[in-house]
Design a protein around this ligand. Sequence first.
Ligand code: APR
Length: 278
Amino acid sequence: MSDGGTADFVPSAALDAAIARTAELLRDARSTVALTGAGLSVESGIPPFRGPGGLWTKYGEPPLDGYQRFLRDPAAAWRERLRPTEGWARGLRDTLDAARPNAAHRALVELERRGLLACTITQNIDDLHRQAGSRALLEIHGNHRWLRCVECHRRFEPEHVAVDPERLPPRCPACDGVVKGDTVQFGEPIPPAVLRACYDAVERADCMLLIGTSGTVYPAAEFPFEVLRRGGTVIEINPYESELTGMVPLSLRGPAGAVMERLLHHVGALADPRRASA
Ligand code: APR
């Protein structure tokens, strides 16, 4: 499994010029936020949800009342979490456990390290931004490894909550509330703290990198509009057109890993012109 097909991806002259332009936009921006989706982890071997090879395309969208079902019988939901009976859920869990960050995850860490990226908002639950080393990270849909209390909304790494298969659901160590997986289910409100932090980051941003998302799920899909509404710019990175392509000033058509690696090259060239010809 190549981690981004970077080796055999050669951008056209027009695309490379657009990537170089993006490097300038990042350099000149006051505050840049990246909004990432499932497409960013495709090169880590995790399928997207929609489009070609998408999980929902193959298995159909899950019920939109997943959260209400959890609240009705949290013990049953936990038994399913501990021993998934649905084939795709078992497959996805194994794929998530085996996946590793790719060149796009690492490039975002490098942009953050260079002070060119204020924050990464991810819709992905796969933990790969965290594994790559992203620090200013907002997981708006949660993290598949973590747990969260439905009462006080505290989040926990799995080792901090006692899960006894004989006594389900597990309880919150802080408030004794019911604990669920941290992943935000369909029908579940986004936890208030992370939603507030996302809006704060977006309201400060005058530039957004929109990477590997179809732009179909709200509230995340609203964020690019918010940046544009306030006069900022949005650059999309996606090998295919998305719901948002028509309204963004710049859309880079290529796989995230390869395009982000090329973007780092141009950022480096701006910092040190002697490297421009490399
Ligand atoms: N690099 C970049 N983008 C890619 C790549 C790639 N290698 N491969 C596919 N894509 C793009 C697709 O063209 C598509 O536009 O990634 C996008 C993936 O879209 P979705 O599968 O809809 O994923 P996402 O936008 O993250 O979904 C949002 O929906 O099901 C819920 O909670 C789930 O967080 C998810 C949310």
